[in-house]
Design a protein around this ligand. Structure first.
Ligand code: 3HC
Ligand code: NAI
Length: 706
């Protein structure tokens, strides 16, 4: 019966009277069809072999089992199904033990729950994260978990998708025993032997009794249902999870499993599932830029930050939080003190909310040094410049960096729009210059655009990806152009929003339509939050190079001329009386818009919310296609990840390019051609979009080609 564990995805080995079943399917032991077949065969063998008294299931490598094989979703299912595998384990006539280390997630935890006894190593991550993929546990998880730990705790696991550690799982009764060595096999064998020695019976989770207090469990389900309805904002699977847990309370186990299957298949069929799984893979694919494949990054421990304003201070916090050292350079002592105070304020805010201890703050600040002398940057491995958005100022800073930095130091700029090739060409070491475009607030926003100028060396780009990893950011590789990936596409759909505003839609209606689509905020709310002056400065800077034939909406300029920059000035598109965070519509803004419409000779017309989104998304997708076509983004998925992590794009739609595929590219192109009848200059179909429609292909086909 013994087989070579290195060649079998499910290897079996008889250890005395225990059948050891080892899941060996790198990288994460996902439950693909071969693994499912192997487990069933192992349990069949255990039942049939009188020499076997018990079964021990473990995972090889770093994890127990990471769940169903996500790559199989959306393809024709192959038997045995995962629920059947779990049922087969549970039905085994001999005690089955799961000894868990690393991740036991989704179907991985469901396998463990189908076993009769569970042991967890101290490093485990247990969870039912299916909700994050638009799914619900579909292999008995919604029926076994509440029977084992009660409806409340089970719903918490399934609706949050969070990972649970060993102690908590033990306290809840999700696992029976904690391992005490670093050797999961030794711990698992010892536990199984102990169970045999004490004649421990086969104990099936389907018979567990945590739902026996029906009244209390029903109350928990009702409370969670009410809260989930409010919180899940158009998401499909959370309420299905609640429904399945209710079936666990009200129905027999087998009927509950049938209901779970039905609900699971509904989730599997949904566009939300497709969008969320696209996001899961896309955020891993972005890490695989050409420069990261075979290039060793340079070492980074000490980071210089030039500029202690909004971005510089936020970047410094992000770097300190990652355990690295920071030297901040400012123009003068007063500006340096402001930068320092900004960092303090961030930490004090966290302490007030109970999210940081004063000791942790002190430890972070012990790694912070401020200076007004560039010479202090001599030890820095990487310097991130975040001074005013002005080419002359930036070039002066880079000249200083060229003078003081050690050979091999990476020189990065956080510019939003300026030409990084020009910055690089102005110093003696262009191969060391890269763009690191953080998003505000830099210590919170996950996106980091890594902007790759023509002359940069591959190991500098690899170092930028390495820094992103240390800072827990999601890096996206971008080429040099005005606005890189994100802000360039933003400019296009913001313009579409401004056109609609001038043509008759109110900013409040547009924001509402965008929120209904799934964004946390609409574009005019975002402008008020970021500060209208930022966009105003950009518009002024670009005024000289603007195409004189292009339509230009002046409403934002009229608002900025009044000093109404949004939240920080108490009014922008919205009113924020007495520092309110949520704005209220402003009749004076509507009067300004009316006056501008009259000046431009426009008779306002009405828009439906659906038409607003058609135009908004068509502009975003079309410019996204241009960005891919011009290789500013490597693939459509890089655009998707940029928007998911930098611009609040609703994750369940997968990103703008995935959404375009969901709509169908012919429809998007037809919309653009229809809008082009009004404004052919703005609505020029992207050549890539036209080509894909002609070929009958979609954006996703380009994700696979790299
Ligand atoms: N199926 C297929 N591939 C998977 C996978 C899965 N469940 N989980 C991870 N992978 C792949 C990743 O795509 C990645 O592939 P790549 O190297 O080609 O990019 C590789 O495995 C390694 O993954 P990570 O880079 O994420 O590795 P980490 O060590 O950082 O994290 C992990 C490991 C915590 C297990 C993380 O991968 C994870 O959270 N995985 C998803 C877990 C999950 O959602 N499980 C539920 C699945 S749905 C389900 O089980 C339905 C059932 O109820 C019926
Ligand atoms: P800011 O005006 O808040 O801060 C700039 C800081 O640079 C000021 O504190 C100033 O004293 C300092 N400074 C100016 N010249 C200097 C010099 N020669 N040496 C040292 N310090 C100097 O500006 P903000 O918003 O932090 O922007 C900085 C950069 O980040 C700009 O390039 C901007 O385009 C970019 N950016 C801004 C984002 C935002 O949302 N604010 C988002 C992403 C990038």
């Amino acid at each position: 019966m013994s087989q070579d564990p290195s060649t079998e995805v499910v290897a079996r080995e008889l250890r005395g009277n225990i059948l050891l079943v080892m899941i060996n399917n790198p990288p994460v032991n996902a439950l693909g069809v071969a693994v499912r077949c192997g487990i069933v065969a192992a349990i069949d063998a255990a039942d049939a072999d009188p020499a076997v008294q018990a079964v021990l299931i473990i995972g090889t490598g770093r994890n127990f089992i990471a769940g169903a094989d996500i790559r199989e979703f959306g393809k024709p299912p192959l038997p045995p199904s995962l629920p059947d595998v779990c049922n087969r384990i549970e039905a085994c006539s001999k005690p089955v033990v799961a000894a868990i280390h690393g991740a036991a997630l989704g179907g991985g935890l469901e396998i463990a729950l189908a076993a009769h006894y569970r042991l967890a190593a101290t490093d485990v991550k247990l969870g039912l994260p299916e909700v994050q993929l638009g799914l619900m546990p579909g292999a008995g998880g919604t029926q076994r978990t509440p029977r084992l730990i009660g409806a409340k705790a089970a719903l918490d696991l399934m609706l949050s998708g969070r990972h649970m550690g060993a102690e908590e799982a033990h306290a809840l009764g999700l696992v029976d025993r904690l391992g005490h060595s670093n050797d999961i096999l030794a711990d698992g064998l010892a536990y199984t032997q102990e169970l045999l020695a004490t004649h421990a019976p086969v104990r099936r989770t389907r018979d567990a009794q945590a739902l026996s207090d029906r009244q209390a469990n029903r109350a928990s389900i009702e409370a969670v249902r009410a809260e989930t309805g409010k919180k899940s904002r158009g998401l499909f699977s959370p309420l299905k999870i609640v429904e399945a847990v209710e079936a666990a309370l009200d129905k027999s186990f087998d009927e509950g499993l049938r209901i779970e299957r039905e609900l699971f298949l509904q989730c599997l069929d949904s566009a939300q599932r497709a969008g969320l799984i696209h996001a899961f893979f896309a955020e891993r694919e972005v890490l695989k830029a050409p420069e990261t494949r075979n290039t060793k990054p340079r070492a980074i421990a000490h980071v210089g930050v030039v500029g202690g304003g909004t971005m510089g201070a936020g970047i410094a916090v992000a770097v300190l939080d990652a355990g690295l050292s920071v030297t901040m350079i400012e123009r003068d002592e007063a500006a340096l003190a402001r930068g320092h105070a900004h960092i303090e304020k961030v930490y004090n805010g966290l302490i007030a909310k109970g999210r940081m201890t004063t000791d942790a703050k002190a430890a972070n600040l012990a790694r912070f040094v401020g200076s007004t002398s560039y010479d202090a940057l001599a030890p820095a491995d990487i310097v991130i410049e975040a001074v005013f958005e002005d080419m002359a100022v930036k070039q002066a800073v880079f000249a200083e960096l060229d003078r003081v930095c050690k050979p091999g130091a990476v020189l990065a700029t956080n510019t939003s729009y300026l030409d990084i090739d020009v910055i690089a060409a102005s110093i003696s070491r262009p191969a060391d210059v890269v763009g690191l475009h953080f998003f505000s607030p830099a210590n919170i926003m996950k996106l980091l655009e890594i902007v790759v100028p023509a002359k940069v060396s591959a190991d500098v780009v690899a170092t930028a990806f390495e820094l992103a990893k240390k800072l827990h950011k999601v890096p996206v590789r971008a080429g040099v152009c005005d606005g890189f990936i994100g802000n360039r596409i933003l400019a296009a759909y913001r313009m579409a929003a401004d056109y609609m505003m001038e043509d008759g839609a109110s900013p409040y209606q547009i924001d509402q339509a965008v929120r209904d689509f799934g964004y946390p905020m609409g574009p005019f709310q975002v402008s008020d939050l970021a500060g209208g002056d930022i966009g105003w400065a950009t518009r002024k800077r670009k005024a000289a190079t603007r195409d004189p034939r292009a339509r230009y909406v002046q409403i934002a300029d009229r608002i900025c001329e009044r000093g109404w920059f949004g939240q920080k000035t108490g009014r922008g598109y919205y009113l924020y009386p007495e520092g309110a965070r949520t704005g209220t519509p402003d009749p004076e803004i509507e009067a300004i818009i009316d006056a501008e419409r009259a000046r431009a000779g426009i008779t306002p017309r009405s828009f439906t919310n659906e038409e607003i989104m058609r135009r908004y998304m068509a502009a975003m997708i079309n410019e996204g296609a241009n960005v891919v076509h011009q290789r500013i983004a490597l693939r459509p998925l890089d655009v998707d990840v940029t928007f998911l992590y930098g611009y609040g794009f609703p994750r369940h739609r997968g990103g703008p390019m995935k959404y375009a595929d969901t709509l169908g590219l012919p429809k998007v192109l037809a919309d653009i051609r229809e809008f082009a009848k009004e404004d052919p200059l703005f609505w020029q179909p992207s050549p890539l979009l036209v080509e894909l429609v002609e070929r009958g292909a979609n954006f996703d086909s380009l994700n696979k080609s790299e």
